[in-house]
Design a protein around this ligand. Structure first.
Ligand code: CP
Ligand code: NVA
Length: 306
């Protein structure tokens, strides 16, 4: 049966751990100049309804390094659901390519693609989830010798797609996840309840210092996500104070790591000094998108028998 990655809990804890181990292998092989063409002759279709730097470049490069080929489809190329139905796009692509990655606004549209495509579908970000980013983040933390069952991760900012994927990660591993956000910008209540019911330890607070107190990892993301541009001015006002800066960093553990999925709005959710500071592992995260997603594509192909 084919496997998809639409959200993080599509993986079990053991599968997630296996994926992180495979990413290490693949990264080491690339560094040693002994890469394996695990997807020779395979093709990946990349559907993007929103802009992207990291996701597009890492998937496209990753497929090339694995011996395959990737085709970028911009919003105006296929006009998903407008020029033809989502189901028809899925069925057409699946007759020709071996895998699909899609960045859509609606998570339901991604689900529809996966339902109608007989090849694996990967979530390249939706309004609700960004699992590839969080998988790469977990990989980055393991590389930095953090134990995923023991740390405290504090997220400062909007209860958005990144937060939802982190909440799901907290159902697989036993870390504590604290979110500090202004009123009205909490993570999805139903998903929060569901993750807590699965055993995740998640705190939601208004207080940045409460969230950050003793944290091993500080994470943030833009205050205004793609698709919310009309709310940018209001959000800038509401999120004032929800910034990772030197003062906030002082409340965290001494060797705390600072993470951001990028793109960053320097001076808003995070200061220049912290991004460029010695505790920042932000560009390691960006690089690890490549290695982790290569592992993910190879693993999905193997599991799906494609
Ligand atoms: N972090 C991330 O997904 O970046 P892009 O939006 O540039 O792909
Ligand atoms: N929350 C951000 C993440 C960008 C990678 C967005 O959806 O725009």
């Amino acid at each position: 049966m084919k496997r998809d990655l639409l959200r993080l809990v599509d993986l079990t804890r053991d599968e997630c751990s296996a994926l992180l181990a495979l990413a290490t292998e693949i990264k080491t092989a690339l560094r040693a100049r002994t890469p394996r063409a695990l997807l020779a002759g395979k093709t990946l279709a990349m559907i993007f309804e929103k802009p992207s730097l990291r996701t597009r470049v890492s998937f496209e490069t990753g497929m090339f390094q694995l011996g395959g080929h990737a085709i970028y489809l911009a919003p105006w190329d296929i006009r998903l659901g407008e020029r033809e139905t989502v189901a028809d796009v899925a069925r057409n692509l699946a007759r020709v390519v071996d895998m699909i990655v899609a960045r859509t606004f609606s998570h339901a549209v991604l689900g529809e693609l996966a339902q109608h495509a007989r090849v694996p579908v990967i979530n390249g970000l939706t309004d609700l989830h960004h699992p590839c980013q969080v998988l790469a983040d977990l990989f980055t933390l393991v590389e930095h010798r953090r134990k995923l069952d023991e740390i405290r991760v504090a997220f400062i900012g909007d209860g958005n797609n990144l937060v939802h994927s982190w909440m799901e990660a907290a159902t697989l591993f036993r870390f504590t996840f604290a979110v500090a956000c202004p009123e009205g910008y909490e993570p999805d209540a139903e998903l929060l309840a569901d993750c807590r019911a699965r055993g995740a330890r998640i705190d939601v607070t208004r207080s940045v210092t409460d969230a950050v107190g003793g944290a091993d990892v500080l994470y943030t993301d833009v205050w205004t996500s793609m698709g919310q541009e009309d709310e940018a001015a209001e959000r800038r006002a509401r999120f004032a104070g929800y910034q990772i800066n030197d003062e906030v960093l002082r409340h965290a553990a001494k060797d705390a790591l600072v993470m951001h999925c990028l793109p960053a709005h320097r001076g808003e959710e995070i200061t220049d000094a912290v991004i460029e500071g010695r505790q920042s592992i932000i560009f390691d995260q960006a690089e690890n998108r490549l290695h982790l997603q290569k592992a993910l594509m190879a693993w999905l192909a193997r599991e799906s028998g494609t």
